[in-house]
Ligand binder design. Structure first.
Ligand SMILES: Cc1ncc(COP(=O)(O)O)c(C=O)c1O
Length: 876
């Protein structure tokens, strides 16, 4: 055996995140072992591979036996050829569509050429059959279903057979290519694989809080529907019963998309399976736009650019037409007729697209928005607040939110998030703080005016709330509060089991089931301490999520969605707010791309998110373990971003099941796909490092701070790009280390800046504030009054940030902001109208070297309210 093998095995142990990635590595390891003609290692690896391959249809077990046979005979060349072809097919399956079952086993023994192994460019997926007796039935199913598949079908499928629900759970979690499953009555619970059983137990734990009847059912098939709904809520599921229709409990009809009764379900199964895929594939608005763009039309209304009429024959702007191409302009129309629909009054294609999005994202209703989550936030806020309401909002919220609150005339309580001075970033709002402020409002008789709470989940830096715990505790105090979760960065969450308990729509659904259950009522009725338990008779679930589809899924920029789970939804209020903020000429390309983004996630959301998690885990591990990179770079842990005082920093687990377990526990977690890397040791600051990455290596990053750079692994990331990043970090680290002498440190952390934390307001604008005895209090701000006071020239003046103002501030002078001031980063308003500018705030602003500070006039300085105005008697 060579050293090479040992290296491979080490890497196997370090980057296997889930079974899918382990499988890919095992194939590489097998090929390596065959190339080195190491029979013992080849056999051992093949054996390991066979235990995993049962969860995939291709390559079949027959191939594994053949490989073992060749190795047994010492025919390494033949084995290598066969294994190499299998691996090539597997790689192709990810890059292109192909139908493996159409490849004859014997063909795989021969060299394959490009057109030889990718003849059929159609999607091919796996259909999972959970059958108590696979040995006797697998061949029958295989033959019967393959006979039904025809060339004209849009896609093909292959079969994965298991006889128990533990294996079925592991198959579903590991093989993202499974698109539907059928349970046959009588299947078993446990597997001979310890991993499968462990997987089942972990998922049962995740499902159990829902108090669902099915989890205690006597039929494993019903239990499995609950497990599967957590892993892959989007896939269709069928049941084959041995009982007659009348004898079957109604639970089955609720739990499954379709129940079959007869002995030969093949024809029905085949049609339902394909139809299920068609339903998810169908993109009503994109289809309508596509069809519309193909129809011949004479345009006698606005929009001369439609069909490129005004540009394609222009001598001066023709290049624009050539760059974007014909279809872009054919799809430009303002029509709401002829198969199209109106976003402002959706009844046709857009309505159907909305309904499909709601199903896909687990909402009661979903709405497309064409001006980003900046607009979605304004719509949701304006739909639910009236003047003089009180709203809780995290201090580091996106600026669209304070603007929206001001438009409503509501009063805001900014909830402080923990500041991490070393890395210039903010964590999240502790639950205890929210509860404390709610209790104080209650004591002051103001709780009835608190209507809405807005939290950012996940934060820019990937910190994710324990959504369920927060909602439970808050509903226990105020059972009808509106939750507005700003999930601008979290549209992918619904598509991976990892985030199941951590995003708005799923938690709303879980809580609804829970509050209606007898088990919860018993818990509530018998509890001696109900402080954390919402009253099931009074609770009204009102939950909104706003997501920038363009940030984490495949839509054009500004594509955003509002997802609603609101038991007191007011259609009129919502649409009024929608009309206020929506253009009467919404961009159809953006709408079509939202429809497409939904289609993609409905069909490959799990696969995409699994791959990005795997790549992110790989990058994290490489940074931590690489001998050179680890000396210079470090990925911040949860403990860095939300310190809990644990002496031991908590590391992200590198195993999928362990991660699911961690994400299902209490407290904050970090989205593995967002990596904040400490770059202090490079001696560069974030801006310099960003410049180096883009200028020299063509790597674009999203956010930097003085000591950090944020890398986001999105659903488009590939192994190649991940490896490239590692290679670049290694190169930079290598250079720095060779430059340093034995006794010098390469770089050092830039001195921390004290980040502003608690906001204070001028009493004129915070008349609703509640001050409690020990000075904590609830400071409530009416930004609107201060903002509009600033529109009168006689009420304002400016203060420059310079030595003089800093010295004055040190002496105790303060000013009152007349506007919003938003530096990038951190990207949220550190000042709002009415807020007091004191020494710490001014000194923070003076340390910012960034060029982009919205609301700051370079020549004039900060806009402030004049003393004259603040002291005048005529203010209301
Ligand atoms: C938390 C948060 N909410 C909302 C937005 C606005 O989203 P959009 O750019 O889609 O308007 C952003 C943008 O960065 C954000 O970070």
């Amino acid at each position: 055996m060579t050293t090479h093998h040992y290296c491979l095995n080490t890497s196997l142990n370090t980057v296997e995140f889930d079974l899918n990635s382990k499988r890919q590595q095992l194939w590489s390891a097998v090929i390596d072992a065959l190339a080195y003609m190491d029979g013992t290692l080849s056999m051992a690896l093949l054996h390991e591979l066979m235990a995993i391959e049962r969860y995939w249809a291709f390559p079949s077990l027959a191939i594994q036996y053949r490989l073992q046979h060749y190795v047994g005979l010492g025919q390494f060349n033949l084995a290598l050829q066969l294994a190499g072809n299998c691996q090539a097919q597997l790689l192709l399956a990810r890059q292109k569509s192909y139908a493996p079952f159409n490849t004859f086993l014997d063909d795989l023994d021969k060299p394959l050429y490009e057109d030889g192994y990718a003849k059929i460019k159609k999607p091919c997926f796996d259909l999972l059959i959970i059958h108590p007796n696979p040995v006797a039935y697998v061949e029958l199913y295989d033959r019967a279903l393959k006979a039904l598949q025809q060339e004209r079908d849009e896609c093909y499928y292959d079969l994965v057979f298991v006889n128990n629900i533990a294996d079925a759970a592991l198959a579903l979690i590991s093989n993202p290519n499974i698109q539907a499953y059928m349970s046959v009555s009588g299947s078993l619970m446990y597997s001979d694989s310890a991993l499968a059983n462990q997987c089942l137990t972990t998922l049962q734990g995740l499902a159990r809080t829902e108090d669902n009847y099915a989890l205690i059912s006597v039929d494993n098939a019903l239990i499995f529907t609950q497990i599967a709904a957590i892993i892959r809520p989007e896939i269709e599921h069928y049941y084959l019963s041995e009982l007659a229709f009348a004898a079957l409990s109604p639970h089955y009809f609720q739990a499954f998309h379709r129940v079959f009764y007869h002995e030969h379900p093949f024809k029905d199964l085949h049609h339902y399976v394909l139809n299920g895929i068609r339903e998810r594939y169908n993109t009503p608005f994109y289809n309508a736009l596509h069809a519309y763009s193909k129809k011949p039309k004479g345009v006698f209304h606005a929009l001369p650019i439609s069909r490129a009429s005004s540009i394609k024959d222009s001598l001066w702007v023709k290049d624009f037409y050539e760059f974007y191409g014909e279809n872009t302009f054919n799809g430009e129309t303002s029509s709401t007729q002829g198969g199209m629909d109106s976003l402002l009054n959706p009844k046709g294609a857009i309505k159907s697209a909305h309904d499909k999005a709601a199903t896909c994202f687990g909402a009661q209703q979903s709405f497309f928005v064409t001006n980003g989550t900046s607009t979605s936030n304004k719509i949701v806020t304006q739909a639910n607040l009236v003047p003089d309401d009180i709203v809780f909002v995290s201090s580091d919220c996106h600026k669209s939110i304070p603007y929206a609150i001001m438009l409503c005339g509501a009063h805001a309580v900014f909830l402080e998030t923990n500041a991490v001075d070393d890395f210039d970033l903010y964590g999240a709002v502790p639950l205890a703080l929210i509860i404390n402020k709610m209790q104080q409002l209650s004591q002051a008789g103001l709780l009835a005016r608190l209507k809405h709470i807005i939290l950012t989940n996940s934060t820019f830096d990937g910190l994710i709330y324990d959504v369920e715990a927060y909602m439970m505790a808050i509903l226990a105090i105020k059972p009808d509060i509106v939750f507005h979760w700003d999930e601008a960065w979290f549209a992918h969450a619904h598509f991976n089991v990892l985030y199941h308990r951590r995003h708005a729509m799923n938690v709303a659904k879980r809580l609804n089931v829970r509050f209606q259950s007898a088990a919860y009522r018993y818990l509530y009725d018998t509890a001696t301490d109900r402080s954390h338990l919402p009253d099931p008779d009074r609770v009204v679930l009102r939950v909104y999520a706003t997501q920038s589809t363009h940030k984490s899924l495949s839509s054009f920029r500004q594509g955003s969605m509002i997802h609603v789970y609101d038991q007191a939804f007011n259609h009129d209020h919502f649409f009024e707010a929608f009309y206020i903020h929506t253009s009467t000429s919404p961009n159809y390309q953006i709408l079509a791309s939202l429809d497409i983004a939904r289609r993609q996630m409905a069909l490959e959301g799990y696969q995409r998110t699994l791959t990005s998690l795997h790549l992110a885990m790989m990058i994290r591990q490489r940074i931590a373990n690489h001998p050179t990179i680890s000396q210079v770079f470090r990925v911040l842990s949860k403990e860095d971003i939300y310190p809990t005082g644990n002496a031991e920093p908590i590391h992200q687990p590198h195993d999928f099941l362990a991660s699911i377990h961690e994400f299902n526990s209490e407290g904050f977690v970090i989205d593995p796909t967002r990596m904040t890397v400490d770059i202090a040791k490079t001696g560069m600051d974030g801006n310099q490092f960003r410049k180096l990455l883009i200028d020299k290596y063509d790597i674009q990053v999203n956010k930097t701070s003085r000591n950090t750079v944020l890398f986001i692994v999105n659903i488009g990331a590939t192994e190649q790009t991940a490896h490239y990043l590692i290679q670049v970090l290694a190169e930079i680290a290598e250079r720095l280390l060779t430059r340093q002498t034995a006794n010098t440190v390469i770089g050092h952390k830039k001195a921390p800046i004290q980040l502003p934390q608690r906001r204070h307001y001028h009493p004129l604008f915070s008349t609703l504030s509640v001050a409690c005895a020990h000075g904590e209090g609830v400071e409530v701000i009416d930004m609107r009054q201060a903002f509009y006071a600033g529109f009168q020239p006689q009420n304002i003046s400016y203060v420059l940030i310079n030595q003089d103002s800093l010295a004055a501030a040190q002496q105790g002078q303060t000013w009152v902001s007349a506007s919003y001031v938003t530096p990038y980063p951190p990207g949220f308003p550190v000042l709002v109208p009415g807020q007091i500018i004191d020494a710490p705030l001014l000194s923070y602003l003076s340390t910012l070297k960034i060029k982009e500070i919205h609301g700051y006039h370079e020549s004039l300085g900060l806009k402030i309210l004049h003393e004259r105005y603040l002291n005048s008697d005529n203010i209301k």
